[in-house]
Ligand binder design. Structure first.
Ligand code: GLA
Length: 377
C-alpha cells in the first residue's frame, strides 16, 4: 500500500489539514476465470496491494480529487449528470452516483488517493479504486450498505460509467478479503466460503507480462455476449446451468466461436470444483494441473490470451512449475504461477531472461501476499 505520509502531504498541499483514511485491495484469482458473469464459481483472494485514500467531507456540493500517482486533479458537481470524461475519474464519479441512487445523501468531499496495484495487470486496480471510495463514502455519509451491496456499487460503476460488463469477482474480493485466506464464491447464489491458504512447500507468484490491453471496449463484452447467446438458446439463465449434454445437443445450431466460448466456461466451472476438492486434501499437483488446463481453454477456446502470456505459461511448463495460467480478464497482464519453493528463484530468473530475449520487454515477478479487504484505518 502507498506510504501514508505521501497522502498526508498531498492532502495538506491541495486542501489543508487531514481527512479520514480508507483502503481497498486488488485481488488474485487462483482459478475460475470468466465464470463470474456466467453464474459459476470463482476462487479469489485480496492482496496486500491496493488503493488508499484520504477523504474529508467539504460541506459543499463539489467533489475534488487528486490522484497522486497520475499527478492529476479532477472536480465535479455532485449533481453533474455527465461526469468527467477521463475514465480514471469516472470510477469515482460512478460510485458517487450509484451510492446516491441507493438513497445515501452523498455530499461534496475532498480526496487524495494513490496505490500500488499495477494498472492493466489483471490485478483489479479499478475494483480497488471503486471499492475504496464505495466503502469510505458509505461510512462518511452514514450509509448502511453491507460489503456485498458495496461490491455491487463498484460493479454497476463499471457497467454504467465505464462500459465494461464485468462480473462481481473483483469487487467481491476487494470487499471481502481476509489475510491468509482465499474465497470460493458461488456467483449464482452469492454464497461464499473462506479457504485458509498455506500451501506448504509451494508459493504463488505473479509474472507481469507488462503488456496491457485495455478491457474497456469490446473484447470482454463480446465474450460475455457469446455466453449469453448460448445460455438463451439452451433455455437457462446462465451457462452455469447448462449441462455438457445440452451444449453438445446445441452444437449444430451454434457458430463455432460461441460453441468454444461456452465449452470453456462449462469446463472452468468443473475445474473450480476440482480445485476446491484438491485443496481439501492439500493436493497442489492437481491444483496446478487444473491451472494449466484453464490456460489452454482461455488461450484456445476463449481467446483472451496473447503471445506474451502464452510464452510465459509455456516457459513455466518447461521449467517444471506446478501450475500457471493467465489471471484476470486477459489480453495482457499477469500470469499466476503455483511454484515449488525450491524452484521459485530458478524459474523467475530463467523466465525473465528468456522473455527479454524473445520480446525485448522486461517481465516483473510479483510475490503474492493474501491481505485484508476494504477498511478504514
Ligand atoms: C475481469 C472482470 C471480472 C472477471 C474477470 C475474468 O477481472 O472484472 O469480473 O470476469 O475479468 O475472470
Amino acid at each position: 500500500m502507498i506510504d501514508i505520509k505521501i497522502l498526508q502531504e498531498a492532502f495538506r498541499s491541495h486542501y489543508s489539514g487531514e481527512g479520514a483514511l480508507f483502503s481497498a485491495p486488488g485481488r488474485i484469482n487462483l482459478i475460475g476465470e470468466h465464470t463470474d458473469y456466467n453464474g459459476g464459481f470463482v476462487f479469489p483472494g485480496a492482496i496486500d496491494r491496493g488503493i488508499t485514500a484520504m477523504i474529508r467531507p467539504n460541506a459543499t456540493g463539489k467533489v475534488n480529487l487528486y490522484a497522486v500517482d497520475l499527478h492529476q486533479t479532477c472536480s465535479f458537481d455532485i449533481n453533474d449528470a455527465e461526469g468527467p470524461s477521463s475514465t480514471h475519474f469516472r470510477y469515482v464519479y460512478g460510485v458517487v452516483r450509484e451510492l446516491t441512487a441507493t438513497g445515501i445523501e452523498v455530499k461534496g468531499f475532498d480526496a487524495v488517493y494513490g496505490g500500488d496495484v499495477p494498472l492493466g495487470a489483471g490485478m483489479s486496480s479499478s475494483a480497488a479504486l471503486e471499492c475504496c471510495f464505495a466503502f469510505a463514502l458509505n461510512v462518511l455519509f452514514g450509509g448502511q450498505l453491507d460489503r456485498m451491496a458495496l461490491a455491487r456499487i463498484g460493479q454497476a460503476t463499471e457497467h454504467k460509467y465505464v462500459g465494461v460488463k464485468c462480473g462481481i469477482m473483483d469487487q467481491f474480493a476487494s470487499m471481502h478479503g481476509q489475510e491468509g485466506k482465499l474465497m470460493r464464491l458461488d456467483c449464482r447464489s452469492g454464497e461464499y466460503r473462506y479457504f485458509p491458504w498455506h500451501p506448504d512447500g509451494y508459493r504463488l507468484v505473479l509474472v507481469n507480462s507488462c503488456v496491457k490491453h485495455e478491457l474497456v471496449g469490446s473484447p470482454y463484452n463480446d465474450r460475455r455476449a457469446s455466453c449469453e447467446r448460448v445460455a438463451q438458446m439452451a433455455g437457462v439463465e446462465t451457462l452455469r446451468d447448462c449441462t455438457w449434454e445440452k451444449l453438445e445437443a446445441l452444437k449444430p445450431l451454434l457458430n463455432d466461436e460461441d460453441y468454444r466460448r461456452a465449452r470453456y466456461v462449462l469446463g472452468e466451472v468443473d475445474r473450480v470444483m476440482a480445485v476446491s476438492n484438491a485443496l481439501e486434501r492439500d493436493d497442489y499437483e492437481t491444483v496446478g494441473q487444473q491451472m494449466y488446463l484453464t490456460h489452454d481453454g482461455l488461450s484456445r477456446d476463449y481467446e483472451v490470451s496473447c503471445p506474451e502470456l502464452d510464452f510465459l505459461v509455456d516457459e513455466a511448463r518447461r521449467l517444471g512449475v506446478t501450475g500457471a495460467r493467465i489471471m484476470g480478464g486477459g489480453f495482457g497482464g499477469c500470469t499466476i504461477n503455483l511454484v515449488k519453493d525450491n524452484l521459485c528463484d530458478h524459474f523467475l530468473k530463467e523466465v525473465q531472461q528468456t522473455y527479454r530475449t524473445k520480446f525485448s520487454i522486461d517481465c516483473k515477478p510479483i510475490p503474492v501476499v493474501i491481505g485484508d479487504g476494504a477498511k478504514q484505518h
